[in-house]
Design a protein around this ligand. Structure first.
Ligand SMILES: [Zn+2]
Length: 489
């Protein structure tokens, strides 16, 4: 039975997604179109994502730093394909002062305060960071340079949707410089794998990963590698990217180092990032018609306890609940006792269900008499009675089981939505119907890719297999590569 207020997923996937965000209190629109307000509960999930990812980034030897929000316009013209790729979505700062309007009734831009050089609000930070690197790097002793930044980013979007596509979003961007091409490429792949592992272990989201096509690669990169996740509506979501920048930016920003033998060389660079878009993947992958479902590893509240009492037994029930909270907190930090006395237990059940708390305990006088607690797991809505002495062990196991079971579900979504397709008619039928990933041979010609996109709305997401042999699904020419193609967010 669908909760009132949440559109059924099968009826209208897109409205279902928006309803979850609203009812679980994750985010809302702001006065500025395309810029969302991330609410405390949504931000708490983001902080958990950030914490775990930051741990992994630091474990791989990167240090956090912070660079300016504003970038001189001239920086963008230094790498030709980079500027082309981002020009259409740049917000530009032209003035630095306002003044009272001549009629005294309002505020206008002060034309006397026009900037000599316009500034771009960062759509990504390669240019400003590499300008800095050109001063930080002079010798082989300065390499590798391994820097990460957590920041907000602005890319002006016309059609927006919370978390999936917003003009302002939050992300991390890693920027690394190496003396040799081999080391550089190894790291491009290592960071790609870090995202794959993070998605799987922490977010319980299974992905495909691999090289992107020329048309889908990052503006200015030699190669882009992407991580793609399959959403339950059959569309792919680009979860993260890792770019091999080669020497393109190093040359444009004059980054050089004196090697051990004294010769001056140009280093190799890579960059990689994931954003609040991951929240979109998390929400769509696990949630159901009753609201948000969260893997325990990122849930701000892992266990909620709802006491069910009347005036005459309130003290007894609360004491029993407090005792359980105390015991759980010895091993599980994120436990909440919902002691509000101005809403009914039924209201609370409903609220925590919508917010996706993995385990809910309902404790009333009857549970106490029976010597245990009633537990409900959010992912399956299964209800169980657990003996008091077993509560801590049982809860720990249950949280693990929920985490694993959500991953298994995500793995079947990606598996069941991937089909080897050999005929172009088959592809067209698939993209009109169930969608998902079509694994196809593609000759590599951008014209075939373009025609497929125009006719089926499906794009190449990432390479599936190299050094194979088959016939291009579009033109029939020999092909050595199989690709995952899908419609995407
Ligand atoms: Zn072809």
């Amino acid at each position: 039975m669908a909760d009132k207020g949440i559109t059924s997923r099968t009826q209208d996937f897109s409205q279902w997604y928006l309803d979850i965000i609203e009812r679980a209190e994750l985010a809302e629109n702001s006065a500025v179109r395309g810029c969302m307000v991330i609410k405390p509960y949504g931000y708490a999930i983001w902080e958990n994502i950030q914490k775990e990812l930051d741990r992994r980034i630091k474990a791989s030897g990167h240090k956090n730093a912070y660079f300016p929000l504003l970038i001189p316009k001239s920086f963008f013209t230094k790498e030709a394909s980079h500027v082309k790729g981002f020009a259409k979505e740049c917000a530009v700062v032209t003035h630095y002062r306002l003044k009272e309007s001549p009629d005294g009734k309002g505020i206008v831009v002060d034309e006397d305060a026009k900037l000599e050089e316009e500034l771009i609000i960062r759509p990504t930070s390669e240019t400003i960071i590499y300008d800095t690197f050109s001063r930080w790097i002079t010798s082989w002793r300065d390499l590798p340079m391994k820097i990460n930044q957590w920041a907000n980013i602005m890319r002006w979007e016309k059609r927006t949707r919370p978390f999936l596509r917003t003009s302002e979003f939050l992300w991390q961007e890693g920027h690394t410089v190496y003396a040799t091409e081999e080391e550089n490429i190894k790291e491009v792949m290592d960071m790609l794998q870090m995202y794959v592992d993070f998605a799987r272990d922490t977010l319980a989201v299974e992905t495909y990963s691999g090289r992107k096509s020329e048309s889908e690669k990052f503006a200015g990169a030699v190669n882009t590698f992407g991580v793609e996740a399959m959403m339950p509506d059959g569309k792919s979501l680009q979860f993260g990217t890792s770019h091999d920048l080669g020497q393109n930016f190093a040359k444009a920003f004059d980054i050089k180092f004196a090697d051990k033998d004294g010769t001056v060389k140009t280093p190799y660079q890579n960059s990689w990032g994931v954003s609040t878009r991951m929240m979109g993947a998390l929400i769509m992958t696990h949630s159901d018609d009753n609201g948000l479902v969260l893997p325990p590893s990122v849930a701000p509240i892992k266990v909620v306890i709802v006491p069910i009492s009347k005036d005459e037994n309130r003290d007894t029930v609360m004491e029993y609940c407090n005792n359980i909270v105390e015991e759980l907190k010895t091993e599980i930090e994120e436990v909440e006792l919902d002691a509000r006395d101005f809403v009914s237990p039924g209201y609370k059940f409903n609220e925590w269900e919508k917010k996706g708390v993995p385990v809910r305990m309902e404790i009333g006088e009857r549970d106490i008499q029976n010597g245990g607690v009633t537990m409900v797991r959010r992912d399956t809505n299964e209800k169980m009675f657990v003996e008091r002495s077993q509560v801590l062990e049982y809860t720990k196991n249950l949280l693990n089981e929920i985490q694993n079971s959500l991953l298994n579900r995500s793995q079947s979504i990606i598996r069941n939505n991937t089909h080897a397709v050999e005929s172009y008619d088959g592809l067209k039928t698939m993209m009109k119907g169930e969608k998902g990933y079509a694994k196809v041979y593609w000759c590599g010609d951008p014209k075939c890719e373009e025609s497929i996109k125009a006719e089926t709305k499906a794009t190449t997401r990432c390479i599936a297999e190299e050094d194979v042999s088959g016939k291009c699904i579009y033109c029939g020419k020999d092909s050595k590569e199989a690709w995952y193609i899908a419609q995407s967010y």
